[in-house]
Design a protein around this ligand. Structure first.
Ligand SMILES: Cc1ncc(COP(=O)(O)O)c(C=O)c1O
Length: 395
């Protein structure tokens, strides 16, 4: 016997990609542009800090995070967003944002909303954990298009009032993966008003918040505070994976209202796996430093400039506002990925693998996602190859 609710899932994006490409020979030197795994250097003190605290592996780590890590995170939230939060009550260190985005639904999604099965709003395309979290708590995921027509952000306010009244949670990603779109201050304000009106929570996935061009993206917690919204309205999720090039550290945090964080901690006490102590010690030092983050942004600024130069003559090219993905228009995503692989050895992800089929079709079907994480020269070669192969050498 197996659960019904997971039986209709498509294979995850990366096994699907392997099935699509791996029976073909690559047409040239392989360049991986699929996975969003940062390749810039991690902060140079990580190894020493880890070594200093290695005896911590002999202890069970505190479930709620060390007080020092909680404080480092609260200090960072104050520095970045100007919002004062109580370190002990409003911060929960995570093993990366992915598990937090999942477990938050477990801890906070009610069994019913207004007497009915709750709905969870998910932008489409989206980071895949949102959907599986919704399904796991027996809620109904509602896929809200985030397409070129909507500025690549979901227009939640376009949903019928009865859908919104049944909504328990809206996932929102800004800067967004895969499109690199940024929710403005006004966007957040409108969404928070909508959430107040229809009484749902916003889970704000802000893990790309530090990879931007000039202006730091507004954060949901800051806007909620300015509007005087309920402190329980918003939970934000942040990560060291992208900000600090530490995807393998598995370190992030959730911050929000004391009741929400308390409930998430309680679930974690029963079923969670706290970050090992030495890794918490490393995370604490990394949140406390901005210089490496500024340096990292400079590296991405060079990459944005390269991408803009390479694709300047490509019709429909939209320069990402933030993050490190390009969301490139193509007639057919899988055909484009296969052609690129077979003819050049460049590996990219078909957009439809990051989106859900709906009655209106799959909003990723006419895109490929390209991660700009490889070293600069490889990345530039990869982008030029994509241009020449898919866009008829548009220059
Ligand atoms: C939009 C988005 N959210 C969350 C994550 C998870 O990141 P982590 O668990 O490494 O913090 C990713 C990773 O690629 C992502 O793209």
């Amino acid at each position: 016997m197996f659960p019904e609710r997971f039986s209709n899932l498509p294979a995850y994006a990366f096994p699907r990609l392997r099935a699509l490409l791996d029976h073909h020979q690559p047409g040239g030197e392989v360049i991986h542009m699929t996975i969003g795994e940062p390749k810039h250097a991690m902060p140079d003190w990580v190894a020493d800090t880890l070594a200093q605290h290695v005896d911590g592996f002999a202890k069970y780590p505190p479930n709620d995070g060390t007080p020092e890590l909680q404080q480092a995170i609260a200090d960072w939230v104050q520095l970045r967003y100007g919002v004062d939060i109580a370190a002990e009550k409003q911060v929960l260190p995570l093993n990366g944002t992915r598990e937090g985005l999942y477990n938050a639904a477990m801890a906070l999604c009610p069994e019913t909303k207004n007497g009915q099965r709750p709905k969870v709003l998910v932008p489409n395309p989206f980071y895949q954990v949102y959907m599986i979290a919704a399904i796991s708590v027996s809620a109904e995921p509602v896929f809200v298009p985030a397409t070129a027509e909507t500025g690549h952000l979901p227009d939640f306010s376009s949903l019928p009032a009865d859908v919104l009244d049944q909504t328990a949670i809206a996932y929102m990603c800004s800067p967004s993966n895969p499109q690199g779109a940024v929710a403005s201050y006004d966007y957040w304000a409108e969404l928070i008003h909508l959430a107040e009106k229809h009484d749902f929570k916003i889970f704000a996935d802000e893990c790309y918040s530090e990879i931007y061009r000039d202006t730091p993206p507004a954060g949901a917690l800051q806007v909620a505070r300015d509007l005087g919204a309920s402190p329980e309205r918003v939970v934000i999720f942040h990560s060291l994976s992208k900000r600090s090039n530490l995807p393998g550290l598995r370190s992030g945090f959730a911050a929000g209202g004391p009741e929400s964080i308390h409930r998430m901690k309680q679930l974690r006490a029963y079923a969670g796996a706290p970050l090992p102590l030495p890794l918490q010690r490393v995370a604490e030092t990394v949140w406390a430093d901005e210089s490496h983050v500024i340096e990292n942004r400079h590296l991405y600024a060079e990459k944005y400039a390269i991408a803009d130069r390479v694709f300047s003559a490509v019709a429909g090219y939209e320069s990402p506002q933030a993050g490190f993905f390009l969301w490139l228009p193509v007639p057919n995503d899988e055909q484009a990925a296969v052609k690129l692989w077979k003819e050049t050895g460049v590996r990219v992800l078909p957009g439809s693998y990051l989106a859900r089929d709906t009655d209106a079709g799959n909003p990723g079907k006419t895109y490929i996602r390209v991660a700009m994480v490889a070293p600069k020269s490889d990345m530039q070669r990869g982008l030029e190859t994509i241009r020449d192969c898919l866009y008829g050498q548009a220059r």
